[in-house]
Ligand binder design. Sequence first.
Ligand SMILES: [Fe+2]
Ligand SMILES: [Fe+2]
Length: 180
Amino acid sequence: MKRVTLTEIHEHPIAQKYVKRAGLAHAISAAYHAFHIAKDFDVNPDLAVKAAFLHDIGHYTWYRNGQWDYNLYKENDIHAIKGAERAHKLLIRLDENPVSAKEISLAILLHTDSYLPERGIQREPLQRVVALADEADEEPGGAHHYRNITDEKAAEMIKKLDDKVVTFLNKQTPKDQSAS
Ligand SMILES: [Fe+2]
Ligand SMILES: [Fe+2]
């Protein structure tokens, strides 16, 4: 099965609309962190970069009287739930392997516990990688959502990360591949 690339995901209108809403620079940066952290957890970097790139795709803009309202967001946010579903739909449309699409979607669902009534989730390795990658790029006051990046720079960085993933996957021995 041909690998669905991050570039294809990034170029899809669903990602263009919703990943940009939560911050394209944050999504790319989290994906790079995920690539590196995945190695420490022996996690497939292909799944890690896709989940990290899409982790905030479920964000909604909470405005009151034309202003972003953080309290409204904290009270009502379910971006991880919405994102898990939205990312899954996008991946399936792009013909992603359904097992991978489900794993990515679950990692998005569990990337934050801010929407859960009780804390203390036990995360599996891929889910931990994505949560850590998100945290690694966080800035006080949610500033990481507002960093800017040009479309050209974004496309270039995403292509570079695709190449890193392919190089890594090609270096794996057949035994490694059957284990992942
Ligand atoms: Fe998030
Ligand atoms: Fe995030």
